[in-house]
Each structure stands twice: as C-alpha cells, then as structure tokens.
Design a protein. Structure first.
Lengths: 361, 391
C-alpha cells in the first residue's frame, strides 16, 4: 500500500494514509528534514524538468513529501508555479501508470503494486462514464469528456472534430490515458494555492525562498505576464487597433480581445487604460465585461477563443506564417515571446509607469 | 405606450394568470427569478436576484405582479436570492439553446413576415434537435416556443449540468460546425504491405458519428447522383468544382464506378482526387446541417430564460412548452394565442397598421380607431403599434 501511495500521492486513499500517519503536518515539517528536502526537490524539479524527480527510497518520506510540496507551492502562491507544478505531478503519474499498465499485461500478475485502469476509473468516478473497450476503442460520455479535454488545445480534441454518437466520444487507449492525465492535473491543481497556517509556514521560509529564486531565474512568469502589443497575433492587433480608434466592435470581438488581454496577465485597470487611447469608449462597460471575463463577477474565468472560432466569426485577419502552425492566439503570443530576446521585451505597462512618473514630476 | 394601454394590458395579463395553471421548472427554489414590470420608462428595468422564497407562490405572484415579462435562471444556486453571483454560489445549470429569428441566416429582416421567420426558425429547431437527440442523446429535453421570435430548448440531463462556460462553448461550436477540420476527421491506419509491397497508409473518414457522418452522407448522395448520369454529364458536374480538371474528374468517376463500396465505407484515399472532393463536402454539410443558435445564451451559465406558461409582454403570446410530437404541427401564431384573449373584440387606436397574421387569420389593419379581436389588439399594443382607445 505504502508503495502505491508513494507512487500516486494524489489518490484519495493516499490522502487518508497521510491523515492517519502524520497526524500533524506541522510536526513533520519541523522534525523531518528528509521529507522537507524531498518536497522542495519535488517542486524545483517540476519547474526545471517538468517532472517530480527521483523518488525517495523510503516510501513514507516520498508520500509525505507530497502534502508538504503543496504547502510550498501555496506559500509561493504564483499561478504559473501552480500550473507547472500540477502539470509535472500529472506527467510523472502518467509515466508511472503507463509503466504499471505495461507491467500488468506482461506479468499477467494480479499482485502488482501498480495502478490499473480500473482503479483509475474508480478513483476519478469514471466507471459509469467510460465504456468498452471494444476493438481497442473506449467510449466516453460527452459530459465527462468536455471538462477533461478542455485544456488540450490541439484541434483534434475539439468536440466538433469528434465522431460523437449517442452521447459518447470514442477514444483509443492513448487518448484515454491523456484524458486521465488531465483529470489528475486538475485534481492536483484543485485547491491550490491555499492559506498556509503560520506555524507551518514559519518552518518552511527558507525552502519557499529557494523556490521563488528558481522561479525568478526561469523567468516563467514572463511567459504569461508580459504585455508587448508588437508581438500580439495579427487578429488581436487588429481588434485592439479598432478599439483604440473608437470603433464599435460586435460582442464576440470585444470578448476575444478582452479575454486575450486578461489571459496575458493584464488587470482590469490596465485593460481600461489600454483601450483609452481614444477617449470615446465606454469605460463602465469595459470594466464590467472585463471583470466578468476575468471571473471576478462570475464563477468562471473565460479564455480567449481558438483560431478556429476566431475564423468562423471573421475575426482572424492578416494571418502570417506563424499563424499556420498554431491552433490558438495564445500559442501565437507565447511563441513570439519565447523567440524574442529578453532585452527586446518592453512591457507596455512599464512604459505607462514611466510616463505616469514623468507626468508626476 | 400610454398609461391607459398599460393599465389595460396589466389587467388582462392578470386575468390570464388567474385562469392559468403554471408548472414551474424543476428545482424552482434553487433558481434566480427576475421580471420586468409594466412601467413607463423607455428602458426596461429588470427586477432580478429574487428567490422563489421572496416571490412566494408562483401563481399567486403572477396574479399579484402581472409582470410584462418573467424569467428564471438556467443556473441553480445555493443562495439564489443573493445579490452578487459570487454569493449566490453556483451549483449547476441547465444547458439552454436559443434559436432567435433575428439571428438566423435565411431570414431577411424587414422583408420576411413574422410567420415566415418563425417557420425558418422551426426548420433550424429540427436541425438542432437532430444534434441533441442523436449526437448527444440527451434525454431530458424541453422544447419551448418563446412567445416571441423563436424557440428555446432546455436540457436538464444530470451529466451536463455541471459543465462550465468553456465546455458549453464546445457544444455550441459542435452544433454550429465551428472549427470543423476535415483532416481531423480522418483516421490513418497503417496497412501491412503484401509480398514485396511496402506498408501503406489507409486514410478513412470516420463515418460512425459526428460531422464525419454528415459529410459522408452528402458525399455519397453526390456520388450516387454521378452514377446516374451519362459519362459526359457526370464529368461536367465534377469539373464544376474548383480545382477539379479533366484528369481528376475522370479519376473520381472511375473510383465512383469501380470502388463505390470502398467509398461507402469511408475510404477516401482510393484516389487523391476523391479525397479532395470529399473535403469540399465538409463546408456543404455545415451549411446545410448547422443549427444557428445564439451562442451567449448557451455559454452563459447564469442566464435568465423566459418562463414557460407565462405571457410574452412584447407580443401577448404565450410561452409554450411543446411535446416532442407536437412540434411538427405546431402553429405558433395560432396555437400560442392565449384563450383569455379569444372570443371578444376590443377598441383600439392603431398607430402603425399593416398585415397581422394571428389566430389562423390574416388581418389587414388600417390606422386609426377600430374594433379588433382582442388578441390582435393585444399584439399590436404590446408591440407598440396601437393604444387602447379612450373610453
Ligand atoms: S490564425 Fe489565429 S492567431 Fe493568427 S490571426 Fe488568425 S486567429 Fe489570430
């Protein structure tokens, strides 16, 4: 059991084991250096390599390092860290259960300490929603498919391209495993970051600082938190241009540009400012819409539409070479930002700040 | 609208609610309620963020308030009466589709009559239902005539109520055919080579469901048309497609003649020309089969929707739930005329006359004082085209 839980610490049963083993996380953090070290390594490797690194040979240490890693991620509190960390944990779990599944089929053994598909289905309450396999093909209920596939950007995952029939989407084993990986990622992301009690945080300051440093070095925050209008995809440039000229845009266009700006890390105030070049725009409306899109006034945070959707609304204009290779305006922007040299990137907001200061002189 | 007109409509709406039993939606007390009263301000002020608890018994509320419009939320909340969405604490939402004649391709506003628009809308409704009943196989499907310019469909299946906006947008795109990519519908399979032949790839269109199936149906219908034609004529039809010259036309026709079975099975790689041609049918399928629903209604999980059984204050027609087998014969402009407004005439002063098709008749209404069947009078007053005549 210990080994299984150490390998898959996000399992419900593993959480229960932790709850019974380590009654008090504060004590673990205070006394068990090995756990804290492994937890720190978990997070740092997640950032640097996209997986969670070599497991500790002691199953107990390995298992306990997971809740402590979550504490560390919460202390640092950056969204980009939460995302990278969850993705790395899920990637590791994915590699492991692929191993387990292969083992099971090779050894035909029932006594494996690994995880099989059935157990994963049960864990994620999917037993009812997944049917098959028949001829190597599973069928998954559309209501279950959609949330699992939501963050898989590639066009092949889009519902419109699926042979949906009788409410079920057929998937092969590879696709099913990718969807399960998404389910794991979501579970890991769920609830992060949380409020860390003072008593625990005090003991982990040094480790949290170390993670912050790695994060700063990697400069990952830049990836989604840089505003360089010159590097915007052509569609967004065009929309922004129209807004700044004071032209009236249909709802879907306004939604697209606003969701895009919110997704690259702009606050409502900044978006209002950016739109303000021409003074005749409706500030109130923009604020309302932006808050809504950002999820401040609604339960969901909206992401910008994909290229396919942009195209169907006629918002995809001036396509360039890079456009041919990407499925999503966000992917376009991320790639442009990645390609650019650091020095070349001047964040629009810094320019604004300079101006504001000089105006204050 | 003059006060005496408003007073009249208020009174008659009350009469209607007195004699009509309204079936509330399931989980009515977990929903937000809203209504628009009869006021004289030009803009409409909606009273919302009400829970059923605050409104009291629904029928009694309708009689008391006799609102111009009344709505309930697709969303279900822990505290539906809270004034902000955050505090309401969203739990789930019905999946709602709206087909509105104002947004339909094939409707020419200002040219089509009301009846024509609604007929176009009903065609779209059947296309939508084809997706909902077959592709999605939803079971809890409620179809409603909106009382205005179209139809609503409420889906309450357990396994979609948790879906968030993003996920619902995928459903919207599906029924509208947005983002359809022919290449993604193709499944590639490597077939071992026979003898000395190297393995080859077989590319199959997935025809077991979804848009692939729809595209394939259209493509095969076309193939069968070709097979019925004389050689000359068939080649001509093929060459009418952009980018298909003589050679490709012949190759395609050969494939149709010698390999019809393969084509029937979705094997579109019998010849590159065939693959190219099949791809053309993707956009045709979308054009023919898509359901042009109003996206924001479906993706907004907090949306307020008109209450079935209530009166539409912009037409005086009844918002009606329709049984699945009633839809075919449903005539909105007579079946949705409330009993309350039938059987008597009233005096009105028409400011904007013209033809009105209602209650199974066509009235040519002139301007000025006159006596009209009450439902025609109510319709014109609700639309702002007439006032109640001074007593
Ligand atoms: S292809 Fe995508 S990123 Fe490029 S202009 Fe069109 S919508 Fe924008």
């Amino acid at each position: 059991m210990q080994r299984l839980h150490a390998r898959y610490p996000f399992l419900e049963a593993a959480r229960e084991t932790v709850a019974t083993e380590a009654v008090d996380l504060a004590t673990v953090v205070e006394r068990e250096e090995a756990v804290v070290d492994r937890a720190t390594q978990r997070v740092i490797t997640a950032l640097e390599d996209g997986d969670t690194g070599e497991p500790h040979r002691d199953h107990r240490v390995e298992l306990l390092s997971y809740p402590v890693a979550r504490v560390l991620v919460s202390m640092v509190g950056e969204n980009v860290l939460v995302r990278k960390y969850a993705r790395a944990e899920a990637a590791t779990a994915y590699d492991r259960f692929i191993e387990d599944i292969e083992d099971t089929t090779e050894l035909k053994s029932v006594e494996t300490a690994g995880l099989d598909l059935e157990a994963l289905f049960a864990e994620f309450d999917l037993r009812e929603a997944i049917h098959g396999p028949v001829d190597g093909e599973y069928r998954i209920d559309v209501g279950t498919y959609l949330p699992l596939a939501a963050d898989l950007w590639d066009d092949e995952w889009r519902l419109v391209n699926q042979p949906l029939e009788r409410g079920e989407v057929p998937v092969d084993e590879g696709e099913l495993l990718a969807l399960l990986r998404e389910g794991i990622r979501e579970r890991i992301e769920d609830g992060l970051p949380f409020d860390v009690p003072e008593t625990i945080a005090a003991d982990l300051e040094a480790e949290a600082a170390e993670i912050r440093e790695v994060l700063a070095d990697l400069d990952l925050t830049r990836e989604i938190d840089t505003v360089v209008p010159d590097l915007f995809p052509p569609c967004m440039k065009a929309l922004l241009d129209q807004i700044q000229k004071g032209e009236h845009l249909p709802h879907h266009s306004r939604f697209a540009i606003t969701a895009f700006l919110a997704s690259i890390g702009m606050t409502t105030d900044e978006i209002v400012d950016l739109y303000r070049v021409n003074s005749s725009f409706g500030e109130e409306m923009t604020r309302y819409q932006t808050d809504h899109i950002r999820g401040d006034t609604s339960p969901t945070e909206y992401s910008p539409p994909s290229c396919a959707t942009m195209q169907s609304y006629g918002d995809c204009v001036n396509k360039d070479d890079l456009c041919e290779r990407i499925p999503h305006p966000m992917a376009y922007y991320e790639e442009r930002i990645d390609d650019a040299e650091d020095e070349e990137l001047e964040d629009w907001r810094e320019g604004e700040a300079d101006e504001a200061e000089s105006a204050g002189d | 609208m003059e006060e005496r007109t408003r007073a009249y409509l208020r009174g008659r709406f009350r009469d209607h609610y007195r004699r009509t039993e309204i079936t509330p939606p399931p989980a009515a007390n977990e929903r937000e309620w809203g209504f628009i009263p009869w006021t004289d301000s030009p803009g409409t002020t909606m009273v919302r963020h009400r829970s059923l608890l605050e409104l009291g018994d629904l029928s009694e509320f309708l009689v008391r308030k006799r609102p111009r419009h009344v709505y309930f939320s697709a969303g279900r909340f822990r505290d539906p009466g809270a004034s902000s969405m955050g505090e309401k604490d969203w739990q789930s939402a019905d999946l709602v589709f709206d087909l509105d004649a104002d947004h339909l391709p094939g409707v020419t506003l200002g040219e089509d009559t009301y009846a024509e628009m609604l007929a176009t809308c009903k065609d779209a409704l059947f296309r939508l239902l084809d997706f909902l009943e077959n592709d999605f196989a939803f079971e809890d499907v409620e179809v409603v005539f909106s009382g205005g310019r179209g139809y609503h469909v409420h889906i309450r299946d357990e396994n979609v109520r948790h879906l968030e906006r993003e996920h619902r947008r995928e459903i919207v795109d599906y029924v509208r055919g947005i983002g359809l990519d022919f290449d993604e519908l193709i499944e590639t399979e490597t077939v071992a080579g026979l003898g000395r032949r190297t393995p080859t790839e077989r590319r199959h269109l997935r025809i077991d469901g979804g848009w692939g199936k729809r595209i394939h149906e259209q493509f095969m219908a076309f193939v069968d048309e070709l097979l019925d034609l004389e050689n000359e004529a068939a080649l001509e039809r093929l060459q009418a497609f952009d980018g298909i010259g003589e050679g490709k036309a012949e190759a395609t026709l050969n494939a149709a003649r010698n390999n019809r079975e393969e084509l029937e099975a979705g094997n579109v790689t019998v010849h590159t020309a065939v693959a190219q041609l099949a791809e053309r049918f993707a956009s045709r399928a979308v054009e023919r089969d898509n359901a042009p629903i109003d996206e924001p209604v479906t993706t907004d999980t907090n949306r307020l929707i008109r209450l079935p059984g209530s009166l539409h204050g912009g037409s005086g027609l009844e918002t009606l739930r329709l049984d699945r087998d009633e839809i075919d014969d449903f005539e909105p402009l007579s079946d949705a005329v409330p009993e309350t407004f039938r059987g008597q005439e009233i005096a009105v002063d028409v400011t904007d006359g013209g033809e009105v098709e209602l209650g199974g008749d066509i009235f040519t209404v002139s301007e000025g004082d006159q006596s009209l069947p009450e439902y025609v009078g109510v319709f014109l007053m609700a639309r702002g085209r007439a006032e109640k005549e001074k007593e």
